[in-house]
Design a protein around this ligand. Structure first.
Ligand code: SF4
Length: 700
């Protein structure tokens, strides 16, 4: 029998690389990069090129529904009808007794767009609560608010193809060499061909990205806004700004200018831990740019002042007029493969589909009418951290968790353990028994994984891809949409008579009509036959939109981009004390993905960094008597971890770094970085402050 090939998209990061899957006669697969794909042009990173191991190994998969009748009983195998009858009965009874806000759903940026749309419709339209949030809250919510405040909507203006048209990159709070590797490879290749291309990296660590930079600003965590203001001051003082763009296409420049020209370079230098000469050098590089791209990720977003950091960075693109033209623009790097798709369908507690606002009564009614329900609650739902707080306090009684592992990924994770232990009913819908969260399930539902179901995703550059079903899921696992449809029917909800993912996609597309993200003419047939498209795609022959705002008309009421002033320039995180003198920053490593339920299965990926180590600067190590390889105890107000120290001058003095991937192994949770992290969130985006927790470090 001949092997067959399937074109699809990598299921890991927001870069969205094209993959060709070759399927053998035994339902096994192999993978290679798709040379014709506009994103990766045949390249794959270590995670993508090992994806077949994850798909072929079903040893950890959840194969059938499992349920327990009380917390003291073990899980036992049940059939789908029994499982979903119980889920419907428990949810209906809790809602009847305690109201709709006593239940909630916590979902994932790895859900496909159809799944994301459907679960939002189910919860906001039919369960009558807005308690649906996503792990994208931990990742991109500060960027979403930043875009909305600056451009009027959550709209990433540029395209990967702008990389090859730019001559200057400001990469800040991101390590794309490890976390968005194929995108970074494109930057490296561009620089190899065009050596005058300049890269500035802002990071407290000398990452692989920083090592390729022309200028590495080794910043102290939390001081980013001072740096951007200092750079802006240098640009304004020297006249390196685009007056025409500012006058004709922006609002609030006078107030912004007034604020930043008063910036003391000496103070900024001191707070940022960066010499004035380097701040000036960064400004000079940006001043000379013909094409200027700023890129950022969690270093900005996961902060107590994440929204302010985002708008302060966006302001640099506005003063220099680098928006809406080739090779220029701000570019948030999405962590997850479909975080963008989730944003499109309103996959957060305060959003509605197609960028409509939950707070707007007209928008609520439009969506309610479209779904055929009377109304949508005006009360904003609980965000990710609020949801687990509500479970802990007993305000929320039941939670349904889809495709995410909060027992590793949430801040102050021991509190999340208490919250789940306290919940009356926990549904976990996942693919793997390796998920730490599965251990808290009262109902465990086996879901289909990558390549086992069909749907669409949107990557960091607004590019929509179709992912076909190529293989059957193991055991009795079902696609997430099939599980949700069956549950909705058990609840006797109308409006869930779909026969396929395509039916759901068509419904969602119809809702996008005449919006800024219009894909009402982008059907499955075009996606299958013609490949990927960047939204909007507002008519049949439309090729998709590589770049937004080329007409300099923004989505604000005045059609002008807005200079936003920060509510707080100073970092509002908890500050170091004698007891906790170090700043802990957490993040990813090259070969692992999220909580390792997939990449942790692949031995060649584990071999890169097999266990977590704490990076500590040699001066700090000397002061604390720590030597390379010593076991150290890292403690914060919330908990502790015990890991090996890696003494390295790649990390700034006063700062320590721990990877976030490891969870509980057997009864030992001392590798888990989120034992330590604090519960501070940005006041607007509600994104946690993962990049700034104060800790003590001592030799064990
Ligand atoms: Fe997959 Fe991201 Fe690697 Fe591309 S860069 S292969 S999308 S993990």
């Amino acid at each position: 029998m001949q092997n067959s090939e399937i074109k699809t998209t990598c299921s890991y990061c927001g870069v969205g690389c094209g993959i060709i899957v070759t399927k053998d006669s035994n339902n096994g697969i192999s993978v290679k990069g798709d040379k014709d794909h506009p994103v990766n042009r045949g390249m794959l990173c270590s995670k993508g090129m090992n994806l077949h191991y994850v798909a072929n190994d079903v040893s950890d998969r959840i194969l059938y529904p499992e349920m327990r009748w009380s917390k003291s009983h073990p899980l036992e195998r049940v059939n789908w009808d029994e499982a979903l009858d119980r889920a419907a009965a428990v949810f209906a009874s809790i809602i009847k007794k305690h109201g709709p806000d006593s239940v909630g759903f916590y979902v994932s940026g790895q859900c496909l767009t159809e799944e994301y749309y459907l679960v939002n419709k189910l919860v906001k339209g039919f369960l009558k609560t807005n308690n649906i949030d996503t792990n994208s809250r931990l990742c991109m919510s500060s960027a979403v608010v930043g875009y909305k405040k600056t451009f009027g909507e959550d709209s990433v203006p540029i395209s990967y193809d702008d990389i090859e048209l730019a001559d200057t990159f400001l990469i800040t709070g991101a390590n794309p060499a490890w976390c968005h590797p194929i995108l970074f490879r494109r930057i490296e290749q561009h620089k190899e061909k065009n050596p005058k291309t300049k890269i500035i990296v802002v990071d407290p660590r000398k990452t692989d990205s920083a090592l390729t930079a022309d200028l590495h600003l080794q910043i102290l965590p939390g001081s980013d806004i001072y740096l951007y203001h200092a750079i802006a001051k240098c640009l304004i003082d020297k006249g390196y700004i685009d007056n025409d763009f500012i006058i004709n296409h922006t609002e609030n420049y006078a107030a912004y200018k007034n604020m930043v020209v008063g910036t003391s370079l000496e103070k900024a230098s001191q707070l940022c831990g960066i010499p004035i000469s380097e701040i000036k050098q960064a400004a000079e590089i940006i001043a000379k740019a013909k094409g200027f791209i700023s890129m950022w990720a969690m270093g900005l977003n996961q902060s107590a002042i994440g929204v302010d950091k985002n708008t302060a960075l966006l302001n640099l693109s506005l003063i220099t007029g680098h928006v809406g033209k080739p090779g220029s623009g701000p570019f948030s790097l999405t962590g997850q493969p479909n975080a963008m798709g989730g944003r499109e369908v309103g996959g957060m507690a305060n959003l509605l589909a197609v960028h409509k606002e939950l707070a707007n009564p007209e928008h609520r009614q439009e969506v309610a009418d479209f779904w055929g329900v009377d109304s949508i609650s005006e009360k904003p739902g609980l965000t990710a951290t609020e949801m687990f707080d509500a479970l802990e306090s007993g305000k929320m009684k039941a939670v349904w968790i889809i495709c995410t592992n909060p027992l590793v990924s949430m801040p102050d994770v021991r509190r999340v353990e208490k919250a789940l232990a306290n919940a009356k009913f926990v549904v976990v819908q996942d693919i793997s028994h390796k998920s730490d969260t599965a251990k808290y399930a009262d109902l465990l539902l086996p879901a289909a994984g990558w390549l086992e179901k069909e749907g669409t995703m949107t990557n960091s550059e607004r590019r929509i891809s179709y992912l076909p079903k190529g293989i059957n899921p193991p055991g009795e696992a079902l696609s997430d949409i099939e599980i949700l449809i069956r549950f909705a029917k058990k609840m006797n909800f109308n409006g869930f008579n779909y026969n396929s993912a395509e039916d759901i996609y068509k419904e969602y597309c119809a809702l996008t009509k005449n919006t800024k993200i219009d894909i009402s003419f982008l059907n499955y047939t075009r996606l299958k036959n013609e490949g990927t498209f960047q939204w909007p795609v507002p008519d049949y022959g439309h090729p998709g939109t590589a770049r937004l705002f080329t007409d300099k008309k923004f989505y604000t009421p005045s059609q002008k981009a807005i200079f936003n002033l920060p509510t707080s320039i100073d970092n509002t995180s908890e500050q170091p004390t004698d007891k906790h003198p170090f700043i802990l920053t957490t993040g990813r490593i090259r070969d692992q993905w999220h909580t390792m339920t997939k990449t942790g299965k692949v031995s060649r990926l584990l071999s890169h960094i097999p266990s977590p180590t704490l990076e500590i600067n040699p001066i700090d190590a000397f002061k604390t008597g720590i030597e390379d390889g010593n076991i150290v105890v890292v403690s914060s107000e919330n908990g502790e971890v015990r890991v090996k120290a890696k003494v390295t001058d790649t990390i700034k003095e006063g700062v320590v770094f721990l990877p976030m991937h490891w969870g509980k192994q057997l009864d030992n949770d001392l590798n888990r970085a989120n034992n330590l992290t604090n519960t501070v969130v940005d006041p607007i985006s509600k994104e946690p402050d993962f990049k700034f927790t104060t800790v003590a470090v001592v030799k064990y």
